[in-house]
Unconditional design. Sequence first.
Length: 233
Amino acid sequence: MKYQEVALAIEQSIRKQNLAQGTRLPSLSQLSTTYDASKTTMVKALAILEGRGIIFQVQGSGIFVRLKARDNYIPLTTNTGFTTDLGTHLITAKLLEFKVQKPSEDLIRDFNCDPDEDFFFLKRKRYIDKKVLCIENSYFRQKVVPYLNEEIANESIFGYLDKVLNLKVGFSDKYLQANVLTEAEAKLLELPLNAPGFYIDELFYSTTGIPFDFSQNVYHYKNAHFFLQSINK
C-alpha cells in the first residue's frame, strides 16, 4: 500500500543520512510533495514511523527523528528481520533443515488453517558478525508463500518475500520467555549445559491481516541484545 511504501522510503532516507536524534524533518505538506502522496497517506505513513520509534511528532512544532537503538540491539517493536534491524552488522544463516510438512495442532490454531495445508519448515542457525545469535525454527504457509528453496533459505527470506513476492509484513505478535536450554539447543548455540536461553515466538501477518509465518527463536544469552521503546499517547 502507498502509505507503507512512503513510510519505508522516509525511514531509509533517515538511515541513509544518519540523522541525529532531534533532527527536524520537513513539514507534512513538504513531505507530501516530496513523496507525491496525499495528506491522508502521509498521516498514515508517519503513524507507522512513530509506532516503530523512528520519529516523534510534537503538535505545533513539527516532526523529529527519534533516538536510535544502541548498536547491536534488536528492536522488539519492529518486524523487518535481522538484516534490516542489524544492518550495520554481518548477518548470516546456516540452513540445518528444510522440508514441506502438514501443520501441527498449534499451527492449525494460530493460523486458523486447514489440517491438509502445506507449510515450509526451515531450521536455521543465525550469526551476527560470525558469532552465534540464535536458532530459528520457521513455518511458512505455502498458501501465502508459494515457493521457497534452500538457496533462498540461506539468505534473507524477508528480503525475498518483499522484493520477489511483493509480500509485505503488516504486523506481528510476539511471545517472550526465559528458560534453561535443552541439551540440543545448548549444543547448537555453543553454550554449556543448563545455560539460560531467551525464547521468542512470533507470528507474522501480511498487510491484509493474513498470518503467513510462525517463527520460534532461541537466542544466545551473551550475543543477543534487545531494545524496547515506549510510546505514550
